[in-house]
Design a protein around this ligand. Structure first.
Ligand code: 2P0
Length: 322
């Protein structure tokens, strides 16, 4: 009745932004991501603790009402498939600051559903787990797998599949942290504002299958330049459609923009590196391992960069010994 799972955050190269159904948290577009190593969420679930209701301890302290509510609604989705599951005590730890723009909800829900699944008899299949975690956080099913991962629109829902094993193309990621302030508009609210008010929303959605196809091809042929081109384009289009909302969403700081220019300058000088930026101010530089020292040193020198975090590609969510 007790299990522990670990999961890592992921970074989308072809971005998810916008929902076609808010109720079921159904993305309007597919996405392709890479799962990181280094950063880890570890989640223990204990159904034998005698809790009266689901309880969540996050990073050593009782979780906020909002986080607890999201976790309970995830557990309730599992109970719909496995009625009679007792209340559970959940303890979750991130090896990185929660809500620092490093995708804690993706690794959080991937670790949670994986840990709960370990005590179910019989366990749920991966597609059920992916569906449950997607309803809680649209990026989290991608953290169920390691390496390169696609979350595709599929029938009335989504389907998540690994695209390429991390050992097949071991890229590295250099994260330039430019601010630790929680973003003013969270992803879910930002996506809805964009859908309702951005004049570019339709073309963002209709252009996504083309980007997905380009990225699939680039990954299959390990074509770094092609992956750089489609990833930067998807990132900039996501931010452009969000900036065109009313009121416009600007997730970048000046430092984010300066980092972007440094990455492009490095690439022009021949270093295999490209950038991506999520709904926050951190810049993520994806590079060939041979270039990662140079990329890290270059970004560390940008005024306003407060920390550099270096990662490789990681594994999917998995159960570990307590
Ligand atoms: C992505 N983001 O593809 C995009 C790029 C942020 C920017 O997926 O609303 O926090 O809970 O489904 O899981 C944000 O992911 O969003 C996100 P919800 P979530 O990575």
């Amino acid at each position: 009745m007790k299990a522990t799972a670990v999961a890592h955050p992921n970074i989308a190269l072809v971005k998810y932004w916008g929902k076609s159904d808010v109720e079921t948290n159904l993305p309007a577009v597919g996405s392709i991501s890479i799962t990181l190593d280094t950063l880890t969420t570890t989640t223990m679930v204990d159904f034998s603790a005698g809790s009266e209701r689901d309880e969540l301890i996050l990073d050593g302290a009782p979780a906020s009402e909002e986080r607890s509510r999201r976790v309970r609604s995830c557990l309730d989705l599992i109970r719909r498939r496995r009625p009679g599951l007792p209340p559970v005590f959940v303890e979750s730890e991130n090896s990185f600051p929660t809500a620092a723009g490093l995708a804690s909800s993706a690794s959080g829900f991937a670790a949670l559903v994986t840990a709960v699944n370990a005590v179910l008899d019989p366990p749920l299949g991966i597609d059920d787990l992916a569906e449950i975690s997607r309803r809680c956080s649209g990026s989290s099913p991608r953290s169920l797998y390691g390496g390169f991962v696609e979350l595709a629109l599929h029938g009335e829902g989504t389907r998540v599949r690994p695209v390429l094993d991390r050992s097949e193309w071991p890229l590295e990621i250099v994260i330039a942290v430019t601010s630790r302030t929680a973003k003013k508009v969270g992803s879910s609210d930002g996506m809805e504002l964009t859908r309702k008010t951005s004049p570019f929303y339709e073309s963002w959605v209709s252009g996504s299958p083309y980007d997905l196809a380009l990225a699939r091809g680039a990954i299959a042929s390990r074509d770094f330049e092609a992956l750089a081109a489609v990833s930067e384009a998807s990132c900039l289009r996501m931010h452009a459609v969000a900036m065109a909302a009313q009121p416009g969403l600007v997730y970048w700081t000046g430092t984010t923009v300066e980092c972007l220019h440094r990455v492009r300058a490095l690439r022009e000088e021949g270093a295999p590196v490209f950038f991506t930026i999520d709904a926050g101010p951190q810049l993520k530089a994806i590079c060939d391992p041979a270039a990662s020292e140079l990329v890290a040193a270059t970004l560390a020198e940008v005024p306003g960069v407060i920390e550099i975090v270096r990662c490789g590609l990681g594994d999917g969510a998995r159960v570990v010994e307590d």
